[in-house]
Design a protein around this ligand. Structure first.
Ligand code: FAD
Length: 937
């Protein structure tokens, strides 16, 4: 029996580098993007190839399974296992060189595909295959799975784009494999050559039958007529032949121009029937999708994200690439005339083409939510058939799902005959797992009948290995075993995959195993009131593991640390283990609080994650559960109760400000749990409410201005500017009769009983003061976002909550409602705009962008969190990460901005962070507009 201490000692002695045996780390790596959960013994983060070789040596010696891992976005359970998981993405992630003349790149296994694309772009080159996960998937993982993606039709699969691979095998032999290697140079190659020569007839008939035959090993590349190409054959072996230390990959010339032809059909099967006629035109990609995917993207992202589509309910996106616009137009016409479609559009504008492709890319993550009654699951998600059979296969496949009373939304790489689908298996029903198992068997039979492959690009993993006999003869399966015996006779490398496979229904990760519905503070209204369902929304697609260069906002802490621990997915895994209860025990478990500590509660995941995880809410719940009726960290009292303290201090603001500039400030910060490097905000001598009491309000359309604590006590000038602008637009501004609070600081510190009381009181007062049709305008985004997102979860969907949420408007939205108001002229203004995270996630920033651009400003929008995020960045222990988050987007944008640029920041936190870390001042939209109005007057 393996003793963990023996493994730890052996790895240490061998110089294996950083290896983490902690429970939290093991929870983070217990799943990939699949349905499977297997808790590893530890996770290694090698920095050098030598460390990897040392790890393989120890695993061989102690017979410990070794599971290589890139980004862990495999959907079939290819990157989980009970041994040592080796994460290549953390350190071994460099592009070493690009040879533009040869069209090749030398890469580490952990290089993210988008990073390689960025490095190759200046040479007019790119790596051909492009899975939807391109922003985080690694070359090692793509080689492991033989990843393809939309443009594999034009540029080939990963297998078609490798030159040589530097590997260490399960026997410990270190090799560089490529086409034409001499078997006599290595015992492994000699044995492999013998396996192939004994089975030439079998390999010639059963392998390489069509492009997407990804299931099983790709033995056809080992045939003598194919140059005994061990590099290509190894692609798709899912970490089971050898561990990749580095690779030379082929790059293709990126097209100078593209055309996207969108074709509409009565349904998906009709669209699939049309595919064979389009292939002779030589498209780079032919993708199929239908209205169910479009609808789910529209629901999640809004109407504006969907460009016009031709008539129909099933569409093909056909991309053509080349250098000559006229030739492309002629080929686009040829596509349209061969298509037999109900309608068509040819798109040449790259921005519009990008928006259309985003439907397809987002759809692949969102498809899991396309069947409203039950989420779609992975398991049968990438089967492929030769394209000429695709229409017929799709009709039979839809009938098969219906016969099991299952539903899913097929879409995918139709040009290659590959169909993606997420099926709403009722895994939480008593017999659900048995149905899952039976369905997979029947689907495998169906695909085999059409000469297809159970996997067309994701690999077999745990979901399909057991089904291989449907597709391959006994002789072919025996050949797989013989090859595995050559590379990994002791079954060290990713055991249970392809050869001696685990059952498809073993090790499933089920939310239903441990529902958590009682004694919760939030309602989890979209998850049946079940915290387990909420955290199991995370299927592991890994969009939260995207570096700052790839756009978006999620997940600020991961962007700063590049550690799975600080990703939304890593946190979800730990919370899934909390509800499961076998690894992480209860709300008090240190693993839970370590995992959540660096979550900024920015809510970006609630909008950017395709599965709709809302980590801010779960963090708040976890803090609430842990500290309820117990002594809390001092920051919870100091920063969580800030509105209360502000009220007290506002009686003597000068005295407090003076104290905070004296040596006593240090003591105060220490007691309050505030980092000593943070400046405390300065109290205004006159609050906004005091100013407003003396303000003469003109007649106009009544509007209720929400007076938040930050505006009232620290930046009353922002409130005053908002009043000026609203009045200019014809509003008559009122403020709540009593001082109210949204309870944000109580929510973010998990003081949810108090939050419910305070927020409930405010909602009741607001509902009474709001007249029908009257807007509730706020200038502090995080405060008014509470009424829209937290209030229904904390207080329930009461008529008062619904009415107040419906009345909420940002300043820009309220101004957009005034048709006849003209904003001041902003031409000549360059604005570096930092939308607050809650604007990004909850309120939206489109009205702000439209207002600014409509008024003539040049706007550069910062993509990322400021890093302060309310109490987060002020708390002791968070300063360094807070600054690192600011460095991912805000600070570089500000450094690159011209001196006269306005840094537009509506959030009090964002302004505080900016002013604490730079010499620039942040300006609220209200201030910019008011100042210009005054100038105009
Ligand atoms: C929403 C979504 C969309 C997707 N879309 C596509 C798509 O369009 N096309 C497509 O092909 N795939 C797609 N995938 C699947 C997946 O993203 C790809 O297969 C991707 O290439 C996996 O890369 P990774 O870095 O995440 O690899 P991982 O999942 O970490 O690993 C993949 C396999 O490679 C092995 N491996 C990793 N590193 C090494 C190494 N150094 N040495 C040896 N073996 C190694 C692992 O053991 C594992 O078996 C999608 C997945 C998701 C979640």
């Amino acid at each position: 029996m393996l003793l963990v201490t023996d493994l730890e000692a052996a790895l240490g002695d061998a110089g294996a580098g950083e290896v983490d045996f902690s429970t939290r780390r093991r929870a983070e790596y217990s799943s990939d993007a699949s349905l499977y959960r297997v808790v590893p013994v530890a996770v290694a983060f090698p920095r050098t190839r030598e460390e990897v070789v040392a790890i393989v040596g120890v695993c061989r010696e102690l017979r410990v399974p070794l599971i290589a891992r890139g980004a862990g976005t495999s959907i079939a359970g290819n990157a989980v296992g009970e041994g040592l998981v080796v994460d290549f993405s953390r350190h071994l992630n460099r592009v070493h060189s690009i040879d533009a003349a040869a069209g090749t790149a030398v890469v580490d296994p952990g290089v993210v595909l988008d990073d390689l694309q960025r490095a190759a772009a200046p040479y007019g080159l790119r790596f051909g295959p492009d899975p939807s996960t391109h922003s985080r998937c690694t070359l090692g993982g793509m080689i492991g799975n033989n990843a393809c993606g939309s443009r594999a039709l034009g540029y080939g699969r990963t297998a078609d784009n490798v030159v040589d691979l530097d590997i260490v095998t399960g026997t410990g032999e270190r090799l560089t494999v490529r086409a034409g290697a001499d078997p006599a140079t290595s015992p492994t190659l000699a044995a492999l050559d013998a396996v192939v020569r004994e089975r030439l007839g079998l390999i010639r008939t059963e392998f390489g039958r069509f492009g997407r035959q990804v299931s099983g090993y790709s033995l056809e590349h080992l045939l003598p007529e194919n140059g005994f190409d061990v590099a290509r054959a190894m692609v798709g072996s899912e970490g089971g032949w050898g561990i990749l230390l580095g690779a030379t990959v082929r790059l293709v010339r990126a097209p100078m121009a593209t055309r996207l032809v969108v074709l509409g059909y009565p349904d998906m099967a009709a669209a699939a029937d049309a595919v064979p006629a389009l292939l002779p035109v030589g498209p780079v990609a032919v993708e199929g999708l239908d209205e169910r995917i479009v609808d789910v993207v529209r629901r999640q992202r809004g109407d504006a994200t969907i460009p016009a589509l031709p008539e129909g309910t099933g569409w093909l996106f056909v991309e053509l690439g080349g250098s000559d616009g006229e030739d492309l137009d002629a080929r686009a016409e040829a596509v349209v005339s061969a298509a037999g479609a109900l309608g068509s559009r040819v798109v040449s504008d790259p921005a519009e083409a990008g928006a259309l492709w985003r439907i397809r890319e987002d759809g692949s993550g969102l498809a899991a939510r396309a069947t409203p009654e039950r989420p779609g699951q992975s398991g049968w998600e990438d089967a492929a058939v030769p394209p000429e059979h695709l229409g017929a296969y799709l009709r039979d496949f839809e009938a098969l799902m219906a016969s099991f009373d299952l539903a899913g939304v097929p879409y995918g790489h139709f040009g290659d005959g590959c169909v993606h689908v997420r099926i709403n298996f009722a895994l939480d029903d008593g017999g659900g797992v048995a149905v899952f198992r039976e369905f997979l068997g029947r689907a495998a039979e169906l695909v085999a009948r059409y000469g297809g492959s159970m996997s067309g690009e994701h690999g077999d993993g745990r979901a399909r290995g057991e089904l291989l006999p449907h597709m391959y003869s006994a002789g072919a399966l025996e050949a797989f075993t013989a090859v595995k015996d050559v590379f990994d006779p002791d079954r060290i490398l990713n055991p249970g995959i392809i050869v001696e496979p685990r059952p498809v229904d073993a090790d499933l990760r089920l939310a239903s195993a441990a529902p958590l519905t009682t004694d919760l503070a939030f309602g989890y209204v979209h998850d049946g009131g079940d915290f387990a369902n909420a955290v199991h929304r995370c299927t592991g697609v890994g969009k939260c593991r995207v570096g700052a260069d790839s756009g978006g906002v999620m997940c600020p802490s991961y962007r700063a640390t590049l550690d799975e621990k600080d990703s939304t997915r890593g946190r979800s895994r730990v919370l899934q283990e909390l509800v499961n209860g076998t690894l992480v025990n209860g709300w008090d478990a240190p693993e839970v609080h370590e995992a959540l500590d660096l979550c900024l509660s920015c809510k970006a995941c609630s909008s950017d994650c395709p599965t709709g995880i809302d980590m801010a809410t779960y963090k708040s719940e976890a803090l609430h559960q842990r500290y309820r009726r117990r002594l809390r960290p001092s920051a919870h009292y100091a920063l969580g109760w800030l509105p209360r303290w502000a009220r007290v201090v506002s009686r003597t603001p000068r005295l407090f400000n003076a104290l905070m500039r004296s040596p006593l400030a240090g003591v105060g910060k220490r007691v309050a749990g505030v980092d000593s490097r943070r400046d405390l905000p300065v109290f205004a001598h006159e609050t906004f409410r005091q100013w407003f009491a003396g303000h003469e309000t003109p007649a106009g359309t009544p509007v209720l201005l929400w007076v938040d604590t930050f505006t009232d006590h620290f930046t009353p000038q922002v409130g005053q500017a908002a009043v000026r602008v609203l009045e200019d637009a014809g509003y008559s501004v009122r403020i709540p009769a009593r001082k109210l609070c949204c309870a944000l600081t109580w929510i973010s510190t998990g003081q949810l009983d108090a939050a419910r009381t305070i927020l409930g009181r405010s909602v009741a007062a607001l509902a009474a003061e709001l007249e029908p049709g009257m807007a509730l305008v706020g200038v502090e985004p995080s405060c008014i976002a509470v009424f829209k997102s937290d209030a229904p979860e904390l207080l329930g969907q009461t008529p008062e909550v619904v009415a107040v949420a419906a009345a909420v408007r940002t300043l820009a939205e309220a101004l957009a409602d005034r048709d006849r108001w003209t904003p001041p002229d902003l031409s000549g203004v360059t604005a570096v705009a930092q939308p607050h995270c809650h604007q990004h996630a909850v309120l939206g920033w489109a009205a702000d962008a439209a207002l600014l651009r409509g008024a003539g400003a040049r706007v550069e929008t910062v993509q990322g969190c400021c890093g302060l995020a309310g109490n987060f960045g002020a708390e002791r222990g968070h300063y360094d990460v807070s600054v690192a988050v600011a460095e991912t987007a805000l600070l570089p944008a500000v450094r690159n901005a011209p001196d006269d640029a306005v840094v537009l920041t509506d959030g009090f936190s964002c302004r505080t962070q900016l002013e604490g870390l730079t010499a620039r001042r942040g300006t609220h939209l209200a201030e910019l507009l008011a100042e210009r109005l005054q100038g105009q007057a």
